[in-house]
Ligand binder design. Structure first.
Ligand SMILES: Cc1ncc(COP(=O)(O)O)c(C=O)c1O
Length: 378
C-alpha cells in the first residue's frame, strides 16, 4: 500500500465534499441565472458556498469570486488589478519564491510594459517586510507575496507587509493556495486586499477555486461576458464544484484547521524526528516554526531526492528538483533561499494530509531510511 505524502500537490476529495458534488450532479441542474425553481435552487447552492468560503476567510460573501483554479485566481488578481489601475501606475512587486501562477502573469505584464521588482527571501525562506518597503515606488499598484510556499511551507509575514502596503496606498494580494484550510486566515483583520484559494489543496476537486477581492477594489475581468460573479468573471458557474468548495471550506472551519494544528503538525514533527534519528546530518529547508503544519522539506546530504524516492516507490512525495531531458535542475525556491545546488537536489518535500496516520509516518520514515542506507552502501 502506498503512503501519500504529496498533499501540497493535491489532496484527495473529502468524502463529504464528494457527496455534495454528487447530489448536485444528480439534481435538477438548473442555471443559477434562471428565474425558475431549478435555477433558484442552483443559485441558492452557489450563494451558500459563497457564504461558506467567506466565513473561512473572514470576509463578506460579495467579496468572493469563484474561479476555475488557483492559477486563474492569481492571474485574475495580477492582470485584473494591473489593467484596472493602469492609470495609477505600472509597477508591481512579487517575491523570489512565488508559484509560477504568479510569476508568469507578472512576466506577462512586464512584456506588456509594466515594471516588476522581485524581492528576495532570507535563508529561512521568508520575505522581509523591509525589502518590500524599499521596493515600493509612487507608481506601485500591486504587491503580491505568497501566504505560504508550496515547497517549503514557509509562511510569510503577510500582516506587516499588508500594513505597509496600505499605508502607502498600494494594493496587496497574497497567494493563499497552500494556506487556505490549513491555517487560520482572516483577510479583514490581516489587511489583505486580494487572496487566492485553490480548491484541490483543501479537499475539493481540481478545477475550482476562489479569489477574495476586498469590497471597493476594482478588477478588470480576464473573461468578459455576462455579469456573473459581480461582473468579475463571466461564465455560468460550475454549481457542483462550487458547492463542493463551499463544503470543503465549512469542513476546514469545523474540523480541518484544528486537526492540522493538533494532529497533523505533531505527525509531521514525528516524521522529521524519525528521519533525523536515522540521518543525523539531515537538513531542514525553511523556517523551523513559521511553516504550514503539514509540510516537511529536508535535504539528505550527498543524495539526490529523485533517486531516493525512486528507491522507495511506496512513498508518494515530491523532490526539490525538476528533471528536464535527463538533467536535474534544483528548485528555484530553494536556490532563492541561498541553498547550494547539491543541497537543493537532495531535497524531499513530504506533505501530510488530514488522512495521514501515525502508521503512514512510521512506514514512510522506515522506507526512506532504508533507501538512504542502500544509497550510501552502494
Ligand atoms: C502556491 C500555489 N499557488 C497556485 C497554485 C495553482 O493552483 P491550481 O493548480 O488550482 O491552478 C498552486 C498549485 O500547485 C500552488 O501551490
Amino acid at each position: 500500500m502506498s503512503i501519500y505524502l504529496d498533499n501540497n500537490a493535491t489532496t484527495p476529495v473529502h468524502p463529504r465534499v464528494a457527496e455534495v458534488i454528487e447530489r448536485h450532479l444528480r439534481g435538477a441542474g438548473g442555471n443559477p441565472s434562471s428565474d425558475h425553481p431549478a435555477g433558484r435552487e442552483a443559485a441558492a447552492a452557489v450563494a451558500r458556498a459563497r457564504g461558506q468560503v467567506a466565513v473561512l476567510l473572514g470576509c463578506d460573501a460579495t467579496e468572493i469570486v469563484f474561479t476555475g483554479s488557483g492559477s486563474e485566481g492569481n492571474n485574475l488578481a495580477l492582470k485584473g488589478i494591473a489593467y484596472a489601475y493602469r492609470d495609477r501606475g505600472r509597477h508591481l512587486v512579487i517575491s523570489a519564491t512565488e508559484h509560477p501562477a504568479v510569476v508568469a502573469p507578472a512576466r506577462f505584464l512586464e512584456r506588456e510594459g509594466w515594471e516588476l521588482t522581485v524581492v528576495p527571501v532570507g535563508p529561512d525562506g521568508r520575505v522581509r517586510p523591509g525589502d518590500v518597503a524599499r521596493a515600493l515606488r509612487p507608481d506601485t499598484v500591486l504587491v503580491s507575496i505568497m501566504h505560504s510556499n508550496n515547497e517549503t511551507g514557509v509562511m510569510n509575514p503577510v500582516v506587516p507587509i499588508a500594513a505597509l502596503c496600505r499605508e502607502r496606498g498600494v494594493l496587496f494580494h497574497t497567494d493563499g493556495a497552500q494556506s487556505a484550510g490549513k491555517v487560520p486566515i482572516h483577510v479583514r483583520d490581516d489587511g489583505i486586499d486580494l487572496l487566492t484559494v485553490a480548491g484541490h489543496k483543501m479537499g475539493a476537486p481540481k478545477g475550482v477555486g476562489a479569489l477574495f477581492v476586498r469590497g471597493g477594489v476594482k478588477l478588470e475581468p480576464l473573461i468578459h461576458g455576462a455579469g456573473h460573479e459581480g461582473g468579475r468573471r463571466a461564465g455560468t458557474e460550475n454549481v457542483p464544484y462550487v458547492a463542493g468548495l463551499g463544503e470543503a471550506a465549512a469542513l476546514a472551519r469545523e474540523e480541518g484547521l484544528a486537526a492540522f494544528a493538533t494532529r497533523v503538525r505533531p505527525l509531521r514533527d514525528r516524521l522529521h524526528g524519525l528521519l533525523t534519528a536515522g540521518i543525523p546530518d539531515l537538513e531542514l529547508n525553511g523556517h523551523p516554526t513559521d511553516r504550514l503544519p503539514n509540510t516537511l522539506n529536508v535535504s539528505v546530504p550527498g543524495a539526490l531526492g529523485r533517486e531516493l524516492l525512486a528507491a522507495c516507490p511506496e512513498v508518494e512525495a515530491s523532490t526539490g528538483s525538476a528533471c528536464h531531458e535527463g538533467e536535474d535542475s534544483p528548485s528555484g525556491v530553494l536556490v532563492a533561499m541561498g541553498l547550494l545546488p547539491e543541497r537543493a537536489l537532495g531535497a524531499l518535500r513530504l506533505t501530510l494530509g488530514l488522512s495521514t496516520s501515525e502508521c503512514d509516518v512510521e512506514r514512510a520514515a522506515a522506507a526512506l531510511l532504508e533507501a538512504v542506507d542502500s544509497r550510501f552502501a552502494g
